[in-house]
Structure formats: C-alpha cells, structure tokens
Design a protein around this ligand. Structure first.
Ligand SMILES: [Zn+2]
Length: 579
C-alpha cells in the first residue's frame, strides 16, 4: 500500500491587486498559482485569521466577496467554500489556476489593519487582503499593483527593476508582511549605514513633513547603532496622519512599520511622539528577526501561544526612549520620566498580585479585543519594568560591559544562524551566559511569580535615585475595562478582596458607570461602603461592597546625587547618554 502523494506546491504564485473602484472603495485581487504538477487534484486558498504583531482574531474575511476561479484559457472552475476563510478548487490537471475576489477597502484613517481606498490614496495590508495557497506558503511569489494614472506605489518588498509597481518575495510570510501604500504621498529617502531608508507620509499638513522626517532618520540612525547594524536591505516608515478615531499606534513589519498618528503631533517631533516610532523600528530586530520559535513560520489559522511577549513588547518599549535620547530628540530627563511612568502604572495595578508575566503573555488571546495581556496585567508595562531591571542587573554584575542590547544581539546571531526563532528559556540562558552569572532567581521572581520586583535596590545600584510616594486609597479589588456607554466589565477580581467578598466575579457588567478610579473611588476612603448595580447572565442585581485598602505608589526617578563613577557610567549607558 502506498499513501496518496501530497500535492507538490505550485512553482510560483503571482498576485495582482487592482484599484477597481475608488468611489465604491473596492480592490480586486487575483492570485495565479503557476507550475502545478500533474498529480495536483485540488488547491486550497485561505485568508489569515490574524495579523502578525496583533494577537487578536479580527474577522477580515467579511470584506471579501465575488470569488471566482479560472483554469487555463479562462475556463471557469468550481470553487467550494470550506469555511469563512477557506476555499477549495478542483484543479483537474491544470498547470495554472487563478483565484480572484473583491475586497472592500473602507478602513478609517488611510487604513491600518484593513485595506483603504479613496480618490487619491490606497493602503493594502497583506493579511487582510492577500489569501495564500495552503499547499504553497513557502512558494516564491510576486505582486503587481494596478493603479490609476499618476499613482505611485511604495512597499518594502523587493522591487522589480524597471517595474515601479511590482515586487517579489521569497514566500507568502514575507510578501504579506510588507503592506503597500498607493496613490499620492510624500516620500523622503536617506541612505543609513548603506541601507536605503524611506519615510512615506499621507494626511496632515505636508508643510510640516520635513522636520518630522528628519527626526525619523535620526531614530533610524540611533536604532541601527544601538543594535549593531541593519539586519535588513531596506526599510520604510509609513505615517498615516489621521485623527478620525479608530486605532492609533503602530504595527511592526519585517522591513517597515506603519504608524497612525494624530496630525496635530506633526508640530511636536519630540520624545513623546517619537518613542513609538523608535519602538516600531526596534521591532525590526526584536520580534521580526529575534522571535519566539512559534511566531513564524506563522500558523495563520489559530491563536499561537508564547510565553515571551514580555520580551517582544516590553523590552522593545524599554529601549524606545533610549533610542530617542541617542537620536538627540530628548534628554535624560525624558528617559527617567518614561521609566517612572511605567513603574507607577505597574505599582498601581492590583493585577500584578494575581497574574505572572509569563501568564499574561500565554493567555493574551483570552482577553477580548485586546493585544496587551491577560487579567489586567500588560506585558508591555511589566515587560518594560523587567527590561529596565534586567539591563541594570546585567551591567552591575559585569561592570557595565554587558547590557540587555547584547542579549538581543546574541539572540539575533543565534536566530540567523539556525533560521529558527528562540526556544523556551533561551532568553534566560543567553543573558546568564553573557553575564557569566546565575540569573535564575531574578527570572523566577520577575517572570513566574507575583512577588514585588526589586525596584529600589536594583535601580540605585544603577545610579538612579528612586523617589517613591505611597498613598492609601480605597479599592474594590478588581480590574476592569469599559464595555458599552455606562457599562464596565470586570476583568478580574482579587481573591478575598472587597469585590470578591461581595460576590462579584470576572465578566460581571457594572451598570451606570463609565469609570471607577476617577469619580467613584477618588472621593471615598477604605471602609466606606458602596452600592453597585450589575448584570450577570441577563439578570440584574444590586450589591453592597465595603471598600478595602490599597497602597498606590507613584515614582519619580532622578540621577543619584553623589554617584560612584560606575553608577554614573551605568546610568549614562542605559539612558542613552554615551560617555
Ligand atoms: Zn510593539
């Protein structure tokens, strides 16, 4: 007996993205799978369920319609929809098959997770627009954008010489990781460390673009220097200046990033506005190339769980203000303020007592519509604080010779050598090896326990004076998020805490409230009681809660007044002021 042979992958997949109708905001996509072998009976086409970098299922397939399949000589073939995102075609021995469909391109603010089209602009994010051939995700591919007269195309995929609207990619993962900007836009270019870097901008006031772009180039220079050279052949920053609501922030890609920024920020090319630019740029190393093994090659069909999102996001964010300072766009004061704000956020969050850093990463998919963590603990926030402490600890133990960026560089070298992501525990082993020290106590406490972090002692060794003020405030012992107007959903309740003792549970909806910290709790003291109306399983209830006591801490950081030389040197390094 012999098992039926697996179909050989197609030799090439050629995508065409056509601006079909700017009024109707409709793109037309076709993908032609070429070089099919004779044994190929069926081909399966699928749209990703999620977007790398944003760990939420978004349902992008709802924008697709009018599916069609053609064999050779335009002969129609039957397409069978297997589920919301999967289509199967009987190939009948054809050498090539073309699968095509329409895509509604009506995202807000020039597009972000979903495609966008208007009279002058278009934006094509791969995961929400381009389906893949299940049998050929590793197959080399090409994409051609058919755009109206006078439109340009910008993408960080490999350009085809002499064909300004065509690009190639070695496989599907790479292809869709580079979105395309279409239409009329402003583009600045500079060569940094031998690599062409572009800044592409739409929206806002073009008269203000130049100063912003200059700041971005400085960020690129500082980031490349910090992390030991460019790991890419080209890099693009796409800025969508738009304030019409919806998502605001950035998303990292292999050779580019897309940021949606409020146009009023164009006036302030400063630390506050450029930290996010630096954050996304650092992702070109940390996440896109230094990545957990499970994050790529991607399985787009289901949530992928990893423990290390604290490193992917929090450590990236820890380095962002350093890059801004090294770029000359902010001072050490900005760096200290950035870290202090994150310390305060963490130390005011009761979820730190219930959820570990590894847990908030592993379970991120279980929190609704949110890509920040689980149970109210953000892996960005605690991950940043752990990054700060780890960097300081590494430098203290090695007399400032080894820092956290050296861990990133070593992991990059390892990932590039093996062609795989890092495995479980590899971050910890790499840090310990570089420091020549056993760091297991540090990591167990920081990643796998809910114990308080050793903030004060660690930072003072790093030349930072920690000014901590503790105030007692009233607490309900819960974490929450806004649901609808006038409704608050409980994300978690502290076991034995005031809310738990009154019988409230995670998932309950508090009614008639938009905020807890602001008005409601600010005017009360521990021991006061509060009557709350809530809804559970369609029924409404009223409950009386006696408020408990919570110590909330706020932090201010400044350089130690009389530092030892090694403390001063350490702080200079981690805050971006190179001696
Ligand atoms: Zn990020």
């Amino acid at each position: 007996m012999s098992a039926p042979a697996l179909p050989a992958p197609p030799a090439h997949v050629a995508y065409t993205v056509t601006v079909a109708d700017t009024q109707e905001r409709r793109l037309h996509v076709s993908l032609r799978a070429e070089g099919l072998t004779e044994g190929t009976q069926t081909l399966t086409f699928q749209l990703p369920a999620w977007t790398p970098g944003w760990y939420v299922l978004r349902g992008n397939e709802r924008n697709l319609s009018h599916f069609a399949v053609q064999g050779p000589n335009q002969s129609p073939l039957t397409v069978q929809q297997l589920d919301a995102r999967t289509w199967q075609v009987a190939v009948k021995g054809s050498k090539a098959v073309t699968f095509s469909y329409d895509v509604k391109a009506s995202d807000t603010g020039f597009g972000f997770f979903e495609p966008y089209l208007d009279q002058k602009h278009g934006f094509v994010p791969g995961p929400a627009t381009l389906a893949y051939v299940v049998e050929g995700k590793e197959t080399p591919c090409s994409v051609r954008y058919t755009v109206p007269e006078g439109w340009e195309v910008a993408s960080a995929n490999t350009p085809v010489p002499g064909q300004p609207h065509q690009f190639t990619a070695p496989n599907y993962d790479t292809l869709i990781d580079q979105p395309a900007e279409l239409g009329t836009f402003t583009r600045y270019q500079q060569t940094i460390e031998g690599v062409p870097v572009s800044v592409v901008m739409v929206g806002g006031e073009p008269a203000r673009y130049r100063r912003w772009a200059d700041g971005v180039f400085k960020i690129a220079q500082a980031g490349i220097k910090l992390l030991g050279g460019p790991p890419f052949e080209r890099y693009s920053f796409f800025f969508h200046f738009a304030n019409e609501g919806g998502f605001s922030g950035g998303l990292e890609h292999l050779n580019c990033t897309v940021l949606r920024i409020d146009p009023s920020n164009l006036d302030r090319p400063d630390g506050d506005n450029f930290a996010i630019v630096a954050h996304e740029f650092i992702h070109a190393w940390n996440v896109k190339r230094i990545r957990p093994a499970a994050l790529g090659p991607f399985d787009y069909t289901r949530p992928v769980r990893v423990k290390d999102l604290w490193f992917a996001e929090g450590v990236t964010d820890y380095f962002a203000p350093r890059v801004v300072v090294e770029a000359g766009l902010a001072t050490q004061r900005f760096w200290l303020g950035y870290q202090a704000e994150q310390l305060t956020q963490l130390m005011c969050n009761p979820a730190r007592h219930q959820v570990t850093l590894e847990e908030t990463s592993l379970k991120v998919w279980e929190s609704e519509n949110e890509s920040e963590g689980y149970g109210g603990l953000s892996y960005y926030n605690k991950g940043l604080v752990v990054g700060l402490l780890l960097d300081t600890e590494l430098r203290r133990r090695t007399e400032n010779r080894v820092g956290l960026e050296d861990v990133l560089k070593a992991l990059l070298a390892q990932c590039q050598k093996t062609g795989r992501g890092y495995s479980d525990g590899e971050i910890e082993r790499t840090a310990a090896r570089l420091a020549g020290a056993d760091l297991s106590a540090f990591f167990n406490r920081a990643l796998r326990s809910t114990e308080e972090l050793p903030i004060k002692e660690t930072l003072e060794a790093g030349g930072i004076f920690v000014d901590e003020s503790v105030t007692e405030t009233a607490t309900l012992g819960l974490t929450w998020e806004a649901a609808a107007a006038g409704q608050i959903r409980l994300k978690s309740v502290v076991p034995q805490g005031p809310a738990a003792q009154a019988g409230l549970r995670a998932g309950d909806l508090l009614l008639g409230l938009d905020d807890l910290q602001g008005g409601l709790l600010a005017q009360r003291v521990p021991g006061d009681s509060l009557t709350l109306r809530y809804q559970r399983g369609g029924e409404q209830y009223t409950v009386n809660v006696v408020l408990g006591k919570e110590e909330s801490r706020s932090y201010r950081l400044r350089p130690l007044p009389r530092p030892k030389p090694q403390q001063a040197a350490l702080l200079a390094r981690i805050s971006g002021l190179r001696p």
